[in-house]
Design a protein around this ligand. Structure first.
Ligand code: 4AD
Ligand code: MG
Length: 494
């Protein structure tokens, strides 16, 4: 039977619960406070517990900061059975008095008066031991977020997203949402993942053996986008300056520490922009993001600098100090060939016309110039159809060689290519030639060509791989460790 008294009791206890919740102090805020003697409630996960029979010291972390707060518990004041449940990984609510700390490395600690175990953590907790390898932790991507390293990386990732939106907003760019499902593969940037609702066990084919898509969801073959650029150009040639920031998908079987099948890309696109301005934008934008990290992620960077990569902060500061080198592709090839003559060994060849391998890019950036490089004027054949063809190549002047384009790649230490961009070909006739020469299906391209047909304008843009930026800013070595749940060949867990 449910009496009115029981209802009242329930009501009172949930109100109590509510107010307790309201009073929760985040550890990041607690560690700033100096009103010692105040009663506080903190909630979080146990990092470690140590101490004697009389006093236990619990390091508690709630994800708001890399820093833990030290909880001091006089053992005799608490139920011994409850105290046994406080193990690494357990989730607690602790109420107590905020006191000035002498020994814990923090200014503040909490002398516990009440401890509630929200969730105990049995011994098979996969993040139990310290110093597990990143390969091991990847198998437990759902739990690795609770470690110091992944907490730091995810907070920095968030901060970089904020930096990017702030930069573009302050510079008058509009955040423009381009579709994720697309019916064109005009970019040719990579293999695509198909999107279909068709019954794969019963595919209808025409007389040539091609699958019939008329009865598929969109009535045509569709895929996940490899880039928002082409639609971004539609936005830029109407709004003046836009940027996209969304997921992109590439089905290449590239099992490297720099490639994901699903990654986030930032693609600004700007009307009336030429090559020198594009390069200035690329440099200014990356420096802004790096400065933001140094200004806003100090504790996390210091942790990563100590535990992951001793040269990290110095490298970030170095990028801010240096002017990026602006290097013509042809000049880059000359430097690489000279290095080979001088005995430097590379796995892949590098003759004029070759796409540079990561080892070549890293040689130029890390060994030769020792600073970031913006490479330009690539051979037409190794770049996308939409890049503006050079009237006259600044280095090749007068020589009989293939045409070059106003493409730019930004090459970074440790990373290699972090940005790919270009001035776009705005001339209808020239663009058509490229489309025909490369046999890109015209029927898919009509809307894109309309930008060149109706009020065409010079414009340019680039794509920054978000995870490559996070790799650089965190000093992490593998791109799988800077996104919460990586998608790579044969991996789509979580
Ligand atoms: O050089 P990409 O292929 O250029 C484009 O997609 C253009 N549409 C960009 C534009 O001009 N708007 O890719 C741009 C960047 C690369 O420089 C790299 O940082 C990142 O995207 N990227 C990847 N990141 C992680 N995994 C992959 N598989 C990546 N492929 C490219
Ligand atoms: Mg590229």
């Amino acid at each position: 039977m449910c009496t009115s008294r029981m209802v009242l009791q329930f009501f009172n206890s949930s109100i109590l619960q509510f107010f307790k919740q309201m009073k929760r102090t985040k550890i990041i805020d607690l560690l700033q406070r100096t009103d010692f003697g105040a009663e506080v409630t903190v909630m979080g996960w146990v990092r470690t517990k140590r101490g004697s029979k009389a006093v236990n010291f619990i390091a508690l972390n709630d994800g708001s900061t890399i820093k833990n707060v030290q909880i001091v518990a006089d053992v005799e004041k608490f139920d011994p059975e409850m105290m046994k449940l406080i193990t690494t990984g357990a989730c607690l609510s602790v109420t107590g008095t905020m006191v000035e700390s002498i020994g814990s490395g923090q200014a503040v600690e909490v002398q516990a008066t009440d401890i509630k175990v929200f969730g105990e953590c049995p011994a098979d907790y996969p993040m139990q031991k310290k110093g597990q390898s990143f390969e091991y932790m990847r198998q437990y991507a759902h739990m690795r977020l609770r470690t110091n390293t992944f907490g730091a990386v995810m907070r920095i990732r968030h901060n970089m997203a904020m930096a990017i939106h702030t930069y573009f907003h302050q510079h008058g760019y509009f955040y423009f949402h381009t579709p994720i499902i697309t019916a064109s593969d005009c970019e040719g940037a990579g293999q695509m993942f198909q999107v279909t609702t068709k019954n794969l066990y019963d595919l209808k084919k025409d007389e040539n053996g091609s699958i019939i898509y008329d009865d598929d969801f969109f009535g045509k073959q569709t895929s996940l986008t490899v880039s928002g650029q082409l639609e971004g150009e539609l936005g830029a040639t109407a709004l003046g300056a836009i940027y996209t920031f969304g997921p992109t998908f590439r089905a290449e079987n590239s099992n490297t520490p720099r490639h994901l099948a699903e990654f986030w890309m930032i693609e600004p696109e700007i009307a009336f922009m030429d090559l020198p301005d594009l390069m200035d934008l690329e440099e200014d934008f990356i420096k802004y993001c790096v400065r933001w990290a140094l200004d806003n992620c100090k504790d996390d960077l210091e942790f990563l600098n100590k535990m992951i990569d001793k040269g990290l902060i110095e490298r970030l500061e170095g990028v801010l100090r240096e002017d990026f080198v602006r290097l013509d592709y042809t000049e880059g090839i000359r430097i690489l060939q000279q290095a080979i003559k001088d005995g430097r060994k590379f796995e892949f060849p590098c003759n004029w016309g070759d796409d540079l391998a990561s080892e070549h890019e890293r040689y130029l950036v890390e060994e030769y110039f020792k600073k970031p490089v913006i490479m330009t004027h690539y051979p037409k054949a190794i770049k996308a159809f939409y890049m503006k063809i050079d009237e006259k190549n600044p280095v090749l002047d007068g020589q009989e060689m293939e045409q070059t384009v106003q493409g730019t790649d930004v090459l970074f230490p440790q990373i290699g290519e972090i940005i790919g961009g270009s001035v776009r070909e705005e001339d209808y006739g020239k663009l058509m030639n490229e489309i025909e020469e490369r046999q890109i299906p015209m029927k898919d391209m009509w809307w894109y060509l309309d930008t060149r047909k109706f009020g065409s304008c010079p414009h340019a843009g680039f794509g920054l791989g978000f995870e490559r930026l996070i790799l650089f800013v965190t000093g992490m070595q593998n791109i799988r460790d800077v996104i919460p749940f990586p998608r790579t060949p044969k991996t789509a867990e979580f």
